[in-house]
Ligand binder design. Structure first.
Ligand code: ADP
Length: 246
């Protein structure tokens, strides 16, 4: 049964700032509440602080100031692998000498999970991305889109409640990228998992997201659903940036 905590933000950035090596702030006073199940995209030009924000949520970077909460608990001092977060990156390199199933099983073996548990989880994750019959293949025997789905499955194998994706489609050609946008969106809708997605691609963000946080220079300029950003941009930066490539 859901408890009252479900009405709270699942992910909360509260006054988060980041500077590298004591230099200028690259993330300035970040405040976002992300409800459970939302697909939230951090969108903005290169260097605007999106990846840094995602890495702080993942635990690979430490906030200089402020707090990050997951399901109501501060995670500032929680190690990355204890946060229950799955990650998908652009450079999702699969192990070429292992089968698809072995690629998925590997991180679970490292955590000493039992063999039958691992087999079940690998099967579930492959079914989720509709690659149930591809477990015995090697990555080179898959198309680019299928390999990308394996990368998503590798995040799902941990059965996380939160998935972070940093430009996961950046290396794919345009057609495949569009196809994968719909596939990832479909996976999100089917699983009801919370997704925080980073991209600099406006049309990708507009297609996939429940809400978009438009970043510029370490600051969220506007946080709103796609239609609102499109119809009521809050300032000329948002209007111009959202208008590009559309
Ligand atoms: P985005 O994801 O929007 O492209 P980033 O978060 O990667 O932006 O970068 C924001 C700023 O922080 C940039 O100016 C970048 O050069 C700087 N930066 C990112 N990572 C590091 C790092 N490890 N050390 C020093 N500066 C960094």
């Amino acid at each position: 049964m859901e408890n009252s905590a479900s009405s709270e933000a699942f992910v909360r950035f509260e006054g988060v700032q980041k500077s590298y090596d004591g230099k200028l702030l690259v993330v300035k006073d970040l405040n976002i509440d992300i409800p459970r199940g939302e697909f939230l995209t951090m969108l903005g030009p290169s260097g605007s602080g999106k990846t840094t924000s995602l890495m702080m949520l993942a635990g690979f970077e430490t906030a200089t100031h402020g707090n990050i909460y997951l399901d109501g608990h501060s995670i500032n001092n929680v190690a990355p692998h204890k946060r229950g977060i799955g990650m998908v990156f652009q450079n999702y390199a699969l192990f070429p000498h292992m089968t698809v199933a072995e690629n998925l099983a590997f991180p679970l073996q490292v955590r000493n999970m039992g063999k039958s548990d691992i087999e079940e989880r690998v099967k579930r994750a492959l079914d989720m991305v509709e690659l149930g019959n591809f477990g015995d293949r090697r990555p080179a025997q898959l198309s680019g889109g299928q390999q990308q789905r394996v990368a998503v499955a590798r995040a799902l194998v941990f059965e996380p409640e939160l998935i972070l994706m940093d430009e996961p489609l950046g290396a794919l050609d345009k057609n495949l990228r569009e196809q994968m946008q719909y596939e990832i969106k479909h996976i999100h809708e089917r699983l009801g998992v919370t997704v925080v997605y980073v991209t600099h691609d406006q049309s990708e963000a507009l297609t996939m997201s429940n809400r978009i946080a438009v970043f510029n220079d370490g600051v969220i300029q506007q946080l709103a659903p796609p239609t609102e950003l499109y119809e009521k941009p809050i300032n000329s930066f948002v209007a111009q940036f959202i208008g590009e490539n559309n």
